[in-house]
Design a protein around this ligand. Sequence first.
Ligand SMILES: *Cc1c(COP(=O)(O)O)cnc(C)c1O
Length: 256
Amino acid sequence: MAALFFLISRDPHYGSDRAVSATIRAMTQHSLQNHIAKLRLRLRQSAEKYDRSESDILLLAVSKTRPARDIREAYACGLQHFGESYLQEACNKMDELADLPVTWHFIGPIQSNKTRAIAERFQWVHSVDREKIARRLNEHRPSQRPPLDVCLQVNTSGESSKSGIAVDELPRLAAAVDALPMLRLRGLMAIPAASDKVAEQHAAFAHLRAIFESLQERYPQMDTLSMGMSGDMDAAIAEGSTLLRIGTAIFGPREG
Ligand SMILES: *Cc1c(COP(=O)(O)O)cnc(C)c1O
């Protein structure tokens, strides 16, 4: 973008700074529109290929690190659900976008001193992986709001360094969350180790789906399988994802 600015600002057609920033905004809007149209097409094609209904797959736009104006433009292109990982950054953008009826999802790691703001400002949390965090979210959820929609983050790879609850501890956490009145147990989330081997992507998602289906027998209100990002969305759709968390394919590569 800096290079683009440089080029445009040297072009005699673009006189003022205002004209330059208006031009950059228009180009951003155009590429967002383009990305979202391509993504919708990919989603539709995958859904058809795997005999899924497109309307059963929610597109969550992961807007962490992106400025509020990009969210506004993505909203204008028809996206309504946005996912954030960093609380302070998210709150600033929420304030700026208070006029938009956006549904906010928290998808990042949760420190216990952040549970109040998360419970107050988000409608969904995908990254609950400890009972203590669940209890605090329940306690801080304002009573006049509907219960917070919760997915439990599962560590399917078994690496101890990764976030997410271990598979064998999941039933206990699910029971604890189910018993908390201000939380609504909606589903599971996982971030499998990144792999460009399609077979590995399928195996990780199939594993999560099997765990999901066995929990669903006990908790039939569970309807959300939050899996699939820009690099593995096709495999996720094949294995039953109901919610894709997509950043790069909408907003372009993140810096840093
Ligand atoms: C950043 C992030 C994503 C989006 O990743 P992309 O590869 O940019 O689509 C999805 N889920 C979580 C939990 C993330 O932190």
